[in-house]
Structure formats: structure tokens, C-alpha cells
Design a protein around this ligand. Structure first.
Ligand SMILES: [Mn+2]
Length: 427
């Protein structure tokens, strides 16, 4: 039996991220974004203190650049000193963005901060604030940007503690949307004797496995339109028996969101603007009192589809929305940074059953497959068989075909027939 303890798992702070491509955004937006990673860092300290955690682990990419900005380094030292004053230790590794080969200032860190080196995996004991041994913490930093070896395989457990936490910055399970640094398979980690793999690198938080826990905390602040939704850290409660309970805590200063707006049944530009304004208001609630960077995505099919094709209408609507609500410093704002037109041509589905052309054939094939689930799964598998060697599509191929959501058939069919109809519209 061990002792109950509480720790925070955070990763990918990316301090001083530059937020490129926002030259046209209002001053208040640019200022808030450029300080957002620092705000999230302060909130991380606050969360650790408020929740009386015993220690904090950070799984890499503390800084955005290997040649760390001095502002970022000072900020980190200041926050870690604040934690030290409250008796909270920190265990951290560096990742591909802030590997140890980069330039950095000579800084004196509080003695309660433990940074793992890049030569090999190392470990350190972690204690409760009451001074009892809670766990062994393991880690290894990147010494250069590109680390393609399987680091997890070199992690060796050191007996003598009731719980074992391994920090790893890397790509578990071959996520094709991220660089394949320190790659390893989930099975390796799930089959190990470590109790909690505190992961960094993938910016989307995800619990990949429980007992042992294999967890991405995600980044603490979204940095671009793809990093959607709440960002923060996990507070982990470990019982004396080793049961772990995770609680997500949002730390982000500015939240990136996306709202879909259907153009179905919308006849005029003015009606569409009204609908967009309603979507903006709805997104405000999802921001949970934070500032919001919002992208609106126009979907569905309707009378305005063709008008939206050249981009001018979407651009004008965007201008209108931006003029209607100008972000100001001092209170949470909402900034619509883009409108994406992803609408589709309207198709007369009732007529398609009788259509003698390719669209009709496709439609009828879809109908047949919709009635026979086993048949469509086999059909989908065969259709993609030739792509199985493709590095990016390979992941799709590896998915279990019997787990594919059924809506994919309907959506895929509508998309394909919509494209064909559109060709007709243009021709
Ligand atoms: Mn990162």
C-alpha cells in the first residue's frame, strides 16, 4: 500500500508561441493571443496551489522554440518559484520544440524543480507535501529536435516506490498528424509495469488506456484554428491502493472554436447574416467567459450554395461580423477569424432513384449497401485495400472496419453525388 497523493499532469506549454498570420486582427486580439501561453502558465501554478497538489509533471515542449525567448524563461522560473514557495515540486522533460541543444540563459531553478537530461532515462523520487514517498518519476529530455528512436523501450522501472510515473514526449500509436518522434505502440506502454505514462507531443488530450494510465494532457493553450476547444491539464488523484482519478481543468486564456452553420432553407444573404450572428452568440457560451477565436463553417445545401462558391460573399459576411463586434482589451471578446464555405450542391434525391446516369447508379449502390451492413463494410474495405500501403491513409486502413460509424456511408454518398451534381451545375 502506498499513500494517497495528488499531482498535475501538463504538457506542451509552448511558451511565447508567435501566433502567425494575424496581422489584420485587432490589437486586442493580437495582444491577448501573444500573452495567452503565459496566462495558461500562471493558471497552471494557480491550479496547483488551489488544489493543493503534491507535485507537477510537465511532459515536454515547455518552450515554443529551442532557442528559448528570455521572456519565456523568466516567466517559467517565476512560476516555478511560486510553486516552490508552496512546497510543490516540479518534474519536467524537454521535447522536440525545446530540446536541450538550443540556446538558453543561465538560470538558477528552485531546488524543487527536477529536469531530466537527454543522455538516458533517469528517475527521481516524488514526495507528498507531508514528506512521504509517493512515487518514482521517470523521464528523458530530447537532446536534439528530431528523436526517432523508441525512448519508451529504454525506460526501466526502479522498484521501491508504491507508484511509478513515466514522462514521455512522443508519438504513441503512430498519429499521422504529428511528427513521429520517440514513436512507440500503445500496447508497449499498456503492457509495462509503470502506473501512469504522462505523455506530451500530441496537443489533443486523450486517455489512451487506464491501468496503467496512458494519457496525453494536450496543450495548455490552443495555438491555431486546428487546436479547438478547452485546453488545460489533468489533476490526478491517486489513492493509497493506486486507483487513479483524473479531472480536467481548463487553463486557456483564449479558446479556439468552430461552429457549423447550415445554409439549408436560407434564401437571402441577410437571412444568412442573421443566422451567423446567432451562431456567434451560441459560441460565446462555449467560451466559458474566455475570449474566443471563432471560425464559422457553412455547411449543407441551399439556394446560396453557388453564390458562396467564389469567396466574395463569405468575405463580405466576415467583414460584417468583424465590424459588428470589435474586440476590446479588458473584457472577454469574440473574434470571428474566418468563414469557411463547405456547402454542397442541392440534389433532387427523389429523382435519383430513376436517374440512368452515373449519379443514379451511385445512389442505388448506396441504397443497397445501406440495407446490408455487412456488405457495406466489406465494400468499404475492398475499396480502400489498394491504399493500405500509403503512409497517411494506412492509419485509416488499420481501423477496425466493424467499428466504422454507419453515418459514414450516408455522408460519403451525399458528398460524392453532390460533387457530381456540382460539375453539372458548372458545366
Ligand atoms: Mn508540442
Amino acid at each position: 500500500m502506498g499513500v494517497p497523493f495528488r499531482f498535475i499532469h501538463a504538457a506542451d506549454l509552448h511558451l511565447d508561441s508567435p501566433f502567425r498570420g494575424l496581422a489584420k486582427a485587432p490589437e486586442a486580439v493580437r495582444t491577448a493571443l501573444s500573452s495567452s501561453t503565459f496566462y495558461a502558465l500562471r493558471r497552471l501554478t494557480d491550479a496547483a496551489i488551489e488544489n493543493e497538489v503534491d507535485f507537477v509533471v510537465v511532459a515536454g515542449d515547455l518552450f515554443d522554440e529551442a532557442d528559448r525567448s528570455l521572456r519565456a524563461q523568466f516567466a517559467l522560473v517565476k512560476e516555478w518559484e511560486r510553486l516552490a514557495e508552496h512546497g510543490i515540486a516540479v518534474y519536467a522533460i524537454h521535447g522536440n520544440h525545446d530540446h536541450l541543444g538550443g540556446r538558453r540563459a543561465k538560470l538558477r531553478l528552485p531546488s524543487a524543480v527536477h529536469i531530466f537530461g537527454s543522455k538516458q532515462m533517469d528517475w527521481a523520487p516524488a514526495f507528498t507535501r507531508g514528506g512521504e514517498l509517493a512515487a518514482h518519476v521517470y523521464g528523458m529530455s530530447y537532446g536534439e529536435r528530431s528523436v526517432t528512436a523508441n525512448l519508451a523501450g529504454t525506460y526501466a522501472l526502479q522498484d521501491g516506490a508504491p507508484y511509478h510515473i513515466a514522462l514521455l514526449h512522443g508519438n504513441v500509436g503512430g498519429d499521422p498528424s504529428h511528427d513521429s518522434y520517440a514513436p512507440c505502440a500503445l500496447e508497449e506502454l499498456a503492457g509495462s509495469r509503470f502506473d501512469y505514462w504522462a505523455l506530451g507531443h500530441i496537443h489533443k488530450r486523450e486517455v489512451l488506456n487506464v491501468y496503467p494510465h496512458v494519457v496525453y494532457a494536450g496543450n495548455t493553450q490552443g495555438r491555431n484554428p486546428k487546436e479547438l476547444g478547452a485546453k488545460g491539464c489533468y489533476i490526478v488523484d491517486v489513492s493509497a491502493a493506486g486507483a487513479a482519478k483524473l479531472r480536467f481543468v481548463a487553463l486557456d486564456a483564449v479558446r479556439w472554436l468552430e461552429e457549423n452553420v447550415s445554409i439549408e432553407g436560407v434564401d437571402t444573404e441577410q437571412e444568412l447574416l442573421t443566422k451567423l450572428n446567432a451562431a456567434v452568440a451560441a459560441a460565446g457560451a462555449a467560451g466559458e467567459d474566455r475570449s474566443v477565436m471563432l471560425r464559422l463553417k457553412l455547411t449543407g445545401s441551399g439556394p446560396l450554395h453557388l453564390r458562396l462558391k467564389d469567396g466574395a460573399l463569405a468575405a463580405t459576411l466576415l467583414e460584417q461580423l468583424q465590424e459588428d463586434a470589435v474586440p476590446a482589451a479588458g473584457s472577454p471578446w469574440m473574434y470571428v477569424h474566418g468563414i469557411e464555405a463547405a456547402t454542397t450542391a442541392s440534389v433532387d434525391w427523389a429523382m435519383l432513384g430513376e436517374d440512368e446516369g452515373f449519379s443514379g447508379e451511385l445512389y442505388r449502390l448506396g441504397e443497397r449497401l445501406a440495407e446490408d451492413e455487412a456488405a457495406w463494410r466489406t465494400f468499404a474495405k475492398n475499396a480502400l485495400a489498394e491504399m493500405s500501403g500509403h503512409p497517411k491513409l494506412g492509419k485509416l486502413e488499420r481501423r477496425k472496419w466493424d467499428e466504422l460509424p454507419q453515418r459514414w456511408l450516408k455522408e460519403g454518398r451525399e458528398l460524392a453525388i453532390g460533387w457530381i451534381a456540382e460539375e453539372g451545375d458548372l458545366g
